[in-house]
Design a protein around this ligand. Structure first.
Ligand code: HEC
Length: 101
C-alpha cells in the first residue's frame, strides 16, 4: 500500500508538472511566434531574403501583416500566413517581435 501511494504521487508529478510549467512560461504571443521562427528566426533576425523583424516598430509589423492579409501589400508567401491570424493575434505577434533585440 505504501509503495502504491508513492508511485501514484510520482505519476501525478510527472504528468502535471510539465503542463503547469509550460502554461506559466510560454505566453500566447510566444506560442504564436513559433510559427514565424522557422523563416524569420527565433530572434526575428531574418535570413537571406527573409526580412528581419526585430528592428521593426510594432506599428510597422501590424501594418505589414494587415496589408498582406488584404493583398494591399504584395508578397510571395506572407499573404498566406497573415490570413491565418486575427487582428488580436497580429497585435500580440507585433508586440512580441518588436520587443526582441
Ligand atoms: C515560409 C516562411 C515565412 C514564415 C513562416 C513567415 N514569414 Fe514573414 N516573411 C517571409 C518572407 C519571404 C517575407 C517577404 C515578403 C514576402 O515575399 O512574402 C516576409 C515578410 C514579413 C514581414 C514584413 C517585413 C518587412 O520588413 O516589411 C513581416 C512583418 C512578417 N513577415 C511577419 C511574419 C510573422 C508575424 C510570421 C508568423 C505569423 C511570419 N512572418 C511567418 C517569410 C515567412
Amino acid at each position: 500500500m505504501h509503495y502504491f501511494n508513492k508511485s501514484l504521487l510520482m505519476f501525478f508529478i510527472l504528468v502535471f508538472t510539465p503542463i503547469i510549467v509550460s502554461g506559466a512560461t510560454i505566453s500566447q504571443a510566444e506560442n504564436l511566434a513559433q510559427q514565424c521562427f522557422i523563416c524569420h528566426g527565433a530572434k526575428g533576425e531574418g535570413a537571406g531574403k527573409i526580412p528581419e523583424l526585430r528592428d521593426l516598430e510594432k506599428s510597422d509589423i501590424v501594418e505589414s501583416m494587415l496589408g498582406f492579409k488584404t493583398g494591399e501589400e504584395s508578397s510571395t508567401i506572407m499573404d498566406r500566413f497573415a490570413k491565418a491570424y486575427s487582428k488580436k493575434e497580429i497585435d500580440l505577434l507585433a508586440d512580441y517581435f518588436s520587443k526582441l533585440k
